[in-house]
Write a protein that binds this ligand. Sequence first.
Ligand code: ADP
Ligand code: MG
Length: 680
Amino acid sequence: MSADLAHQAPAAQDATLKKLAKLGIRRRFDLVLHLPLRYEDETHLYPIADAPYGQHVLVEGEVTSCEVQFRPRRQLVARLRDGSASLVLRFIHFYPSQQKQLAVGHRVRALGEIRRGYFGDEMVHPKLRDVHEGDALAERLTPVYPTVNGLTQPVLRRMIAAELKTLPLDDTLPEAIRARYGLLPFADAVRLLHAPPPELGASALADPALPAWQRLKFDELLAQQLSMRLAYRARRKGSAPAIVGDGALRARLIAQLPFALTGAQQRVLAEIGADLARPHPMNRLLQGDVGSGKTVVAAMAALAAIEAGYQVALMAPTEILAEQHYLKLAAWLAPLGVEVAWLSGSLKKKAREAMAASIASGEARLAVGTHALFQDDVAFERLGLVIVDEQHRFGVGQRLALQGKGGSPHQLMMSATPIPRTLAMSYYADLDVSVIDELPPGRTPIVTRLVSAERRGEVVGFVNKVCGEGRQAYWVCPLIEESETLTLQTAVDTHQELGAALPARRVALVHGRMKAAEKAEVMAAFAAGSIDVLVATTVIEVGVDVPNASLMVIEHAERMGLAQLHQLRGRVGRGAAKSSCVLLFEQPLSDLAKARLRVIYENTDGFEIARQDLLIRGPGEFLGARQSGVPMLRFADLEADSALLEEARTLAPELLAKLPEVAHAHLARWLAGREHFLKA
Ligand code: ADP
Ligand code: MG
């Protein structure tokens, strides 16, 4: 028997197959896994007089009148009578077939919700069924499936019912394992969900704790865990240079730093060092909240590779950030005699060629840049380690392209946007993770204030005061999604306005449209302290490090996402001075905006913020922006089903070790042909 739909159903034409594919249904078994969204109850017939309001009911009667009315608009209005009472059936959109069905004298069943209308009780757009003498009522609840235009419920129902009858619904999990986790047999679970007995009722079926749903969620989570484990194993089997440096350069950098590494920094460096020393590619995510000191960790990791004779590439998502890394790393590494190259899209052709040449010859040991680093004309002499800063800002494709540059180098990704625990256990489970869970000493907590935009004048006064104390301030203007020009305009206006309001202060502007060299010049002046107030579009969102800046004002904070606000706020509080962040918002606030602002106001811990973000937005969006092609879980909910996720996570390695054939059968059922999505 073929598993492929195209071979199975000669009647299913191409068009139907295409529609099914849109629903993710490619194999016959996918139909079994296509579960209802909700159910309709056609097992019980109500007398019209007794039918309750506010729920779907099925009634049956004889059509006593039917006409097309033209006022207030064209509509089909019929009256249905049974022994108890009568009811208006109203159709704003209708087909000739419905008119025929509703011919006076016909018996029909109508399924819908009854409400009180001007002319008495009525059903709007009920579902109609002809009745013939002796037509039995349904014995099971009628499933309503997710579908696409042109694929009707009856067609989908028939196809699914056919597969449920013919396909063997054998269990992928042995009985002992089902017993351990209290799982229903697979066949029972899917049969129940596709055709539940009426006594179960709509609310029981909508309850995620229903054992049948639990079984499907468990299976889905288990498949995800298994595939992540396999991806992890495959990587561990691949080969990469075993990098063991002598520590000489690292010791010199440490000696030269004005601070000592924190315990957390030392710990993550040991973890990275151990990975680099293995002959398999590292794929490690370094998480550390904003300001936790990831840059120096990157520098130390780079030096480990450079000591061993390898080159290192460090990629950042924006030109400003890349340039800042370049300046910092060059300042640290040049005294050690390590050549650092700089590569960005805005370099002139000559300069770019020179940089590319020094990377190709191996003269440059570290190359810092934007995604320009992995354009075709850049070849490394001996690339051993790739470091990606703010990894969540890059697409999967961009990271893979850089990886492809030199055999399979080790990879270190850094992120200040923490991945919530449940996501780390699921979608990111194929990565190794190191966490810097300690901020450098001497930081003072940032005070966050929510201020209505009406009180902008006071905020300007506050900026003035802070600058009077020798501190600096950021003033961030919102990105206006629909219009770059408008974004720019607000920043330009704000710049002028602040300049006029604060004549004693040096106010400068930086925005995305400026030439890279101009931006760099402004940033350098701000870092050097010769600018007091920096008006910026969100170009400064990631990574900018000016410890003397102690005030961050964010306009239209209500329009920004939580991760973005947290990142922006993290630009201050980097020195010992008391820092604050003022979130200006425009009234009235939507509920969503209120919820977001409350989270950022109440929390400073990036992990907690990310967790709340996940709760507000759901994992689809959390991942969506950064992780294209990852199949979303259809049944399980990471937060709500975290207990199941834990169980699946412990079972997956056990199955792979002890019952590999069970593991593979399970994967085949759930992921056939889709495994590639999981390679991130
Ligand atoms: P992020 O993790 O956000 O990238 P950075 O690497 O930019 O943070 O570091 C933030 C600031 O903290 C920088 O000014 C950096 O020099 C400083 N820093 C890093 N590590 C330490 C440390 N162990 N002690 C004191 N300051 C440190
Ligand atoms: Mg950083």
